[in-house]
Design a protein around this ligand. Structure first.
Ligand code: SDX
Length: 374
């Protein structure tokens, strides 16, 4: 047996998938064969969620049924809602998301049933309830009255309505929808691989998504969109950006929102998200973050040849939309539930326990001494 170590599973192909294809060589990403950019231009988020989960774009009739189910499933149990009101106000909303899906698992009558049909019903419930749970916490921690979900609103509109008590104009909702489409799926990233690993022991979907949320929280993964905003807030104004970024690179700091394990010459999702960031900045009449964005990006490319990833433009976009910074990664969650779920279902359909090997480098074999001899 070879002891060659591929730390971080760098470059290792561990399974097959039909869900998405990341193509760094042509800077492209497809979901079930459709280019993500094309989906952003022609679809709303619910259509893409349907595609990722079911393998095909919906017809009008299928979309109507899907939306009806999602809207019906939004209601939280009284227990979950009461728990959310009691959660520590300073808790990170990613921990709220993780705990909420765990509680949903306690309550779901089909938790143990891993059949494809039961899994799809559970996915719909988690998908519909997660934004509602997060929006409820968004209000509860500010001491504000929790707003009920509204069945006449789309997935994105309802999230705005529940967080802010109003739905913004169509362009802002579209930009939010685009961010959800771009966040929805990205092959064997850390959180998806975590979900597949948990699933590989034939564990259930609530457990797999709980683990995936914990994995996404880290700043090297989804947590980077929050870190980008902290960085921009530290920079404060465009005039400071050049000095700040050069100093960070001189100090050999990791600059959040840049670099990627798979894309080495640019993340295929960035141009689309950058465009919508610009649109939101224009509507909000606030160009400050765009200016900081461009300066930092230019220096990162010129000095390090490292390009932005999708978390770089989403961070300031969500800020301009009015969301609290610690809600940026939870927004990633409400979208990525679709990708995780498709992978969990795929893993169940052709399962093999995921169990790699390790090269041991600890102490040599030793004799155990009795306690009084040590
Ligand atoms: C996401 O995998 C996915 O698909 C994830 C994702 C998805 O949709 O699921 O796309 C979402 O997680 C995006 C990534 C968000 N993370 C960040 O923005 C955090 C900052 N970026 C990095 O720390 C880093 O680029 C990673 C973690 C994203 C990738 O890490 P790798 O592949 O392990 O590469 P590395 O950290 O070993 O970097 C290689 C070199 C190093 O220099 P050397 O030691 O070789 O001289 O590039 C440098 C690094 O120091 N480098 C950076 C850098 N990223 C890489 N230097 C400064 N700032 C950075 N951001």
């Amino acid at each position: 047996m070879s002891d060659e170590i591929k730390k971080g599973l760098l470059g290792i192909v561990v399974d097959e998938t039909e869900v998405s294809k990341v193509m760094p060589e042509i800077n492209s990403l497809t979901y079930r064969g459709y280019a993500a950019q094309d989906l952003c231009a022609k679809c709303k988020f619910e259509e893409v969620a349907y595609l990722i989960l079911n393998g095909e774009l919906p017809t009008k009739k299928q979309l109507k049924k899907f939306e009806k189910e999602e809207r019906k499933d939004r209601k939280l149990s009284k227990t979950l809602l009461d728990d959310i009101k009691k959660f520590p106000k300073k808790a990170h909303p990613m921990d709220v998301a993780r705990t909420a899906v765990s509680i949903m698992g306690l309550e779901d009558k089909e938790t143990k049933d891993n059949s494809p049909k039961a899994n799809m019903r559970k996915v719909m419930r988690i998908f519909a309830k997660m934004p509602v749970a997060l929006a409820a916490f968004y209000r509860a921690r500010k001491g504000k009255k929790i707003i009920s979900p509204q069945k006449n609103l789309s997935f994105s509109e309802n999230f705005f309505h529940m967080c802010f008590g109003k739905v913004p104009n169509k362009e802002i909702v579209k930009a939010f929808d685009v961010s959800l489409i771009l966040y929805a799926e990205h092959s064997f990233n850390v959180s998806t691989f975590t979900a597949r690993t948990i699933t590989s022991s034939l564990s259930d979907i609530h457990g797999a998504i709980t683990g995936a949320i914990a994995s996404l929280k880290g700043p090297l993964h989804g947590g980077a969109n929050e870190e980008v905003m902290h960085m921009m807030n530290k920079i404060k104004k465009p005039e400071n950006a050049l000095k700040w970024i050069n100093k960070a690179l001189d100090n050999k700091d990791v600059v959040m929102g840049f670099g990627h394990r798979v894309y080495k010459s640019g993340d295929s999702r960035v141009p689309t998200m950058r465009e919508y960031f610009g649109k939101v900045a224009k509507i909000k009449k606030d160009k400050k973050f765009e200016k900081i964005y461009d300066i930092v990006e230019k220096v990162m490319i010129n000095r390090k040849n490292i390009y932005p990833n999708v978390d770089y433009p989403t961070g300031p976009t969500y800020h301009l939309m009015g969301f609290d910074t610690d809600f940026f990664t939870p927004i990633f969650v409400i979208s990525r539930i679709t990708g995780w779920s498709a992978h969990i279902i795929e893993q169940h359909a052709a399962n093999k326990l995921i169990r790699p090997l390790a090269s041991y480098r600890g102490s040599k074999h030793r004799k155990v001494l009795q306690l009084n001899q040590r």
